[in-house]
Design a protein around this ligand. Sequence first.
Ligand code: WTA
Length: 654
Amino acid sequence: MSNEALENLLHENRVFPPSPEFAAQANATASLYDEAASDRLGFWAEQARYLSWATDFEQVLDWSDAPFAKWFIGGTLNVAYNCVDRHVENGFGNQIAIRFEGEPGDRRDITYSELKDEVSKAANALTELGVTAGDRVAIYMPMIPEAIVAMLACARIGAAHSVVFAGFSSEALRSRIDDAQAVLVITADGQNRRGSAMPLKPAVDEAVAQTPSVRNVLVVRRTGSDVEWTDKDVWWHDLVESQSAEHIPEAFDAEHPLFILYTSGTTGKPKGILHTSGGYLTQAAYTHRNVFDLKPDEDVYWCTADIGWVTGHSYIVYGPLANRATQVVYEGTPDTPNKDRWWDIVERHGVTLFYTAPTAIRTFMKWGDELPKSHDLSSLRLLGSVGEPINPEAWMWYREVIGGGRCPIVDTWWQTETGAIMISPLPGVTACKPGSAMGALPGIGMAVVDDEAQPVGNGGGGYLVLTEPWPSMLRGIWGDPERFQETYWSRFSGMYFAGDGAKLDEDGAIWLLGRVDDVMNVSGHRISTTEVESALVSHDAVAEAAVVGAADETTGQGIVAFVILRGGVPEETAKGEQLVKDLRNHVGAEIGPIAKPRQIMVVPELPKTRSGKIMRRLLRDVAEHRDMGDVTTLADPTVMNLIATGLDSGSDDD
Ligand code: WTA
């Protein structure tokens, strides 16, 4: 973000308090801040009481082995029971849990009582396949109800799921299966994207051929496309549907692993972020109830995320279901069959609470006001944003055009690692500034510090840190405790380093400024520069690659790659457009389509410091068409001229 833009942000003086009507009915009032401030652990214990515990906990937090936390010690619970069964037992079996809408237009309503049957059957099926508590199960699925059922079935039997986004490549899937040593993969024959059936199963076949830990592949029939069949494969409709709908959920320790979710770090190897049961569910439910103001008997909630990301875990599966929400689940893309599909869904389902990402909002802005305006969106009463900073223009558009000027907007900051929302307005309390996530939620300790770990005052900028342990914090990186310590806890002693830059304005409201490390944020998805670089150099023609995230109007950041070709690559090839296409597809195959660079420039040299570190800052200047900053630390200050003249050989594709 340029300094000028930042200065403008910091002087944003539009303020939007909640309407008196909203404030009067809100779940969270200002007293929540006082309660948390006067007795933080007591406050969290109280939040944990919203769950049903099989055995009560004896102690709220054990931080003696920091940074390895234990929450709700001695407590046992079953997460799936909390998300499903207890609502049925409490008399809400006929309430719709999931209003599913497939991309082709097929619809399916699933009540809590039906969900209980489905999850129980799937749990019995997993048990029949020999999956037991403590095992890992990989889930590579489209946004269909079975994906949610699969996650809950794992939780029910105490197996940790590792959901891999269905847009990732088979190689990405393979490495994640391998790292977690998953024993089962749950997938589908394919998924509906932009009006056609896209295969999923072939990627699983490829991955499983190289991962001996996998004993079985459980396959949901979604698109009906032909699939290859191996002796490990089992159809979901053969195995699951014939099971008994009776399954007695076993209670597990509060610290029993619930899931692993891989996210990009600053090295080429994704980190398996580990979350456990009691603390995670406590905070997912607490934030969902208070930030989204859920009224389970009245609201229709819709979070547009995919279960492949943490937002899908915490705000489609665990938070909403623990709170007995009725929610919309949509399989497809926003532009199929038309660019008003989402607004059509909001109108037809009467969505009241809506949670999406800034990149989507900016895309809709580009598509024009007519599309949302051609629908009745008056059911909406609250809007949420997540994944990246939301610029004030997009915030105002969201408020006016989607929210009709009447809905509070909650800009929610959190991470795969934090498990649940950490920084956000409370919709019935906070007077919001467009573009600011405002402040830490009750119970959360947050600060912006300088290089010496000193808190900056209002008006100052620095690094975002979390100063107190929180219930849904990651418990580690799967199989790599040193990396856990090193990545999050070594930069500032005793504090969690989030990797984000932030500023506090004169009133102490927080403005998130994006990552300070080599992690890009493309359409709200974290992708590391190193990951894309290693994908590029794994191509025959590439000797060296440097990747930067450049500002992008729609996606937040776009991936821009600079590559040096190997000697021996013919001149015509080096100059041709085909090479750039090949390289983009190669990255797509190695990581997934979301990681395809927006632009690839073939250059003769890369700017490096004398110690050989690539100066990404300079490349970012080039990618963002800025005047070059300070080049004096370069080993060879003339390379930037070489790059600038070499630019013509790079070509924009797509
Ligand atoms: C960024 C997504 C500004 C941030 C839930 C963080 C945000 C990373 C916001 C985590 C927000 C997320 N404002 N930036 N409201 N929400 N981020 O793990 O850089 O996919 O570190 O979790 O997204 O991305 P992740």
